[in-house]
Every structure is written in C-alpha cells, then in structure tokens.
Design a binder for this molecule. Structure first.
Ligand code: ARG
Length: 407
C-alpha cells in the first residue's frame, strides 16, 4: 500500500530541509515539497535539488508573484495596511497565499496533510493554520503538521537530521551572525542575534536591501508615481507592472537608505518582539498613496479610512485574511479609491522619502477657495453666521454648567 502524502511549505532553508526528513520518519508519510515563490530572491533556484536530496518524492515550485502583488499587496496598500504604524505586513500578507497554495497542492497530489516550518512562538503558525482550516472547510480535512512546533530537538538530533538530509549543520560559535530572515517582494523581516536586545543598534550586517545613511548618495533623486483608482501603475510617466514597480522601488529607495524599520512589535501570541524590517517600496508606496488621498478624499472619508485601516492591519497581522469582514473592507476600500487617480512626486534622500508634489484630475483642493491672493472666491462674510451656530452648543454648556455655580 502506498504511503499517505504530506505537502510541505518549503523554503530550501535548513529547517524546512530537516523537516522534509523528519516528516518521513515521524509520520511515515511521503513528502511533496512546495516552494511558493513570492519574490524571495535567488535561493529559490536550488530548492528542487535540496528537497530531492532530503527524500521528497516531488518538488513543486510555483511562481505566484503576480497573484501576490495584485490580490494581496495592492489590496493591503489600498487599505493602508501598516501594523502599529510601522510594519507593512510583508510576511503577514504572504502567509495566507502560501496556505492557499498548500491546500491547492494537497488536493492536486492527493495528500492528506500539509506542513509548515513555523515554531510555536510566532504569528506565522496562526496565519498558516487559520488559513488552511478555513480553506479546507468545504471538503475533506487535511492534517496540519508543524515539525518545528512539535519536534523539540536537541542540537545533536538536529545534526543527525541535517546529515540525513545531506546538509552540514552550521557550527555555532563562529563569528558570523545568523539572522532569521523571512523575505518576499514586499519586504524582509529580520530577527534574532543582536537584535534581541532592544537597546542595541541593529548591526550593519543585518541589512541587505538598504544602504546605511552614511553610505547613501549625497544627491537626492526624484521620482513620480502614477496611480489609477488606488493602484500604482506608472513610474516617471512610464507604465509598469505592479511587480516591476515594486522591484524597481526596492532598489531605488534602498540605495538611498529608505526602508529600514526598527520596531518593538506586539505579537498575537502575547510576546513583544524586536523586529527589524527592510521595506523600501512599501514605504514609498504607502506614503505616496496617502499623499494622493489628501487631495481626493474628503475629511470624513480620511478619518473613516484611518479607523478601518487599523482594523484591517490587525486582521492581516492576526491571520484573519480569509474572512467575510476582510472582503467587506476591501469592497469599501475599492469604492473609496474610485478617484485615487493622479500623480505623486517623491524625493529620496538620506533615508528620507519626502513627498514634494501631488496632483489629480479629481482633486478636492480648489485653488480659488484656498488662495490668499485676490483670486479668492471664498465668501468671508458667511463665516460669522457659521461660527455663531457652530459654537452654540459650547456656549450653552458653558453658561448652564461650567459657569453655573460660580454665579
Ligand atoms: N514579525 C513579523 C510578522 O509576524 C515577521 C516574522 C517573520 N519571520 C521570521 N522568521 N523572520 O509578520
């Protein structure tokens, strides 16, 4: 009888390679690895070879960058999804898509289980498990295996598994720092090593996408980003795909030191953790769309959007992507962005991303109303009647309450 199958989310790194062996031995299952390419760079090339070496019966590599950009990153951008005003949710937006692909792959190869490499301490396990559970609700349940949450291995056991996987375990104690990095096109999250001390400045070797301020060019550059209905569609007046735009902005802004975030973050599992991110494109795009919204949204719309952005950011962070509420908010955001069409000019200089201009054919900024010059058409005399009525409740309350007893 053939063995049951498990589809493992596979990055090609040490832990997921060890997991490939561990699942075969501890669950007596055949392992199919699935590498979901969200734009994590060149390492992706070696994954097939590594997964086969570790005994996987099949190694799937799916490029989902466009789906990630269009169906996850851009809805997040439109919704102002920035967790705790700092983190553009790069990892958090990627997990539900990975979970979706895991379930798809499991159905395709006839697997009875899926697996991921998350530990029991982080947010990612929640995002994976919750997404998988939701997505499989309409058909036969899949078992969820999380080796790193289950194995509790000693260093020697890890070594043994690494050996079996045909890998050398890195020796601890050498002077190279080994960070835990999660990377996709929207940003990279860097944890561990010296970063665990909230007082110590992140060492330069933690960063690979952004230059330190000292090493950035003295001359600023200016770029123009064009939006249509809340989607960034052009760079310097040239049409560009979402994926290409993000890649280009990562390198342009990173070169000028834009994109470093150092944040003490509240994890869903109750821990505060020191998180360092590099998200150059996300910072430029969030800043730009906000600038355009200042022209195209009314004050009430801006206030409402801010409130909902916070709800949305928490939802994404907490792994509640596949929910009706998230769909509801996306629908509202799409409607709010009907007129977010126009251009934003941004200056990148010495780790600063400065908006220097914004314009839109739907702008609510009316020069003739705003100007202090003789072109002014604002009806100054109407202001006094407005203020009388506007201040009426305050006046009444002061008379009948604040000053009541002092009489
Ligand atoms: N703290 C971030 C989040 O919860 C990033 C986690 C990324 N994982 C890592 N191994 N660096 O979304």
């Amino acid at each position: 009888m053939s063995k049951e199958k498990c589809v493992l989310a596979y990055s090609g790194g040490m832990d997921s390679t060890i997991s490939t062996v561990w699942i075969q031995e501890n669950y007596n299952m055949d392992v199919v690895t699935l590498t979901v390419d969200l734009g994590s760079g060149p390492e992706i090339e070696r994954v097939r070879e590594r997964s086969k070496k570790a005994g996987a019966i099949e190694s799937l590599v799916w490029d989902v960058k466009d789906e990630f950009v269009n169906n996850y990153i851009f809805p997040g951008l439109k919704a102002g999804a920035v967790y705790e005003d700092s983190y553009a949710l790069s990892t958090a937006l990627g997990r539900p898509l990975m979970a979706k692909k895991l379930v798809e792959a499991a159905r395709k190869v006839g697997a009875s289980a899926v697996a991921h490499g998350c530990t029991g301490k982080g947010n990612d396990q929640v995002r994976f498990d919750a997404s998988v559970m939701t997505l499989m609700a309409d058909s036969s349940p899949l078992k969820i295996i999380a080796p790193a949450r289950e194995w509790g291995m000693t260093r020697d056991e890890e070594k043994m598994y690494a050996n079996k996987a045909g890998l050398e375990l890195r020796e601890v104690g050498n002077d190279q720092r080994v960070y835990s990095i999660d990377r996709n096109i929207w940003g990279q999250a860097i944890e561990g090593e010296d970063l665990e001390d909230t007082w110590s400045e992140p060492p330069e070797d933690a960063f690979s996408w952004t230059k330190s301020i000292e090493n950035t060019p003295d001359k600023p550059i200016e770029i123009i980003i064009g939006f249509e209905k809340g989607i960034p569609v052009s760079l310097d007046n040239k049409k560009v795909s979402g994926k290409d735009l993000i890649e280009k902005l990562n390198s342009l802004a990173g070169e000028h030191g834009v994109g470093r975030i150092d944040h003490t973050e509240n994890r869903l599992v109750g821990i505060k953790s020191r998180e360092v991110y590099e998200t150059p494109a996300a910072i430029v795009l969030h800043k730009s769309i906000k600038a355009l919204e200042t022209l195209t949204l009314s004050r009430d719309q801006q206030r409402m959007k801010n409130t909902i952005s916070q709800v949305y950011s928490d939802m994404v962070y907490d792994g509640r992507w596949f929910t009706e509420l998230r769909n509801n908010i996306d629908a509202m955001m799409n409607d709010m962005h009907k007129y977010t069409t126009g251009e934003v000019r941004v200056k990148l200089h010495k780790a600063n991303c400065i908006v220097t201009g914004r314009r839109s054919e739907y702008s609510l900024y009316d020069f003739d109303l705003a100007t202090y010059s003789t072109d002014d058409i604002f009806e100054h005399s109407s202001a006094t009647g407005f203020i009388d009525i506007f201040s009426l409740p305050g006046k009444t309350q002061a008379k009948n309450q604040t000053f009541h007893d002092s009489k």
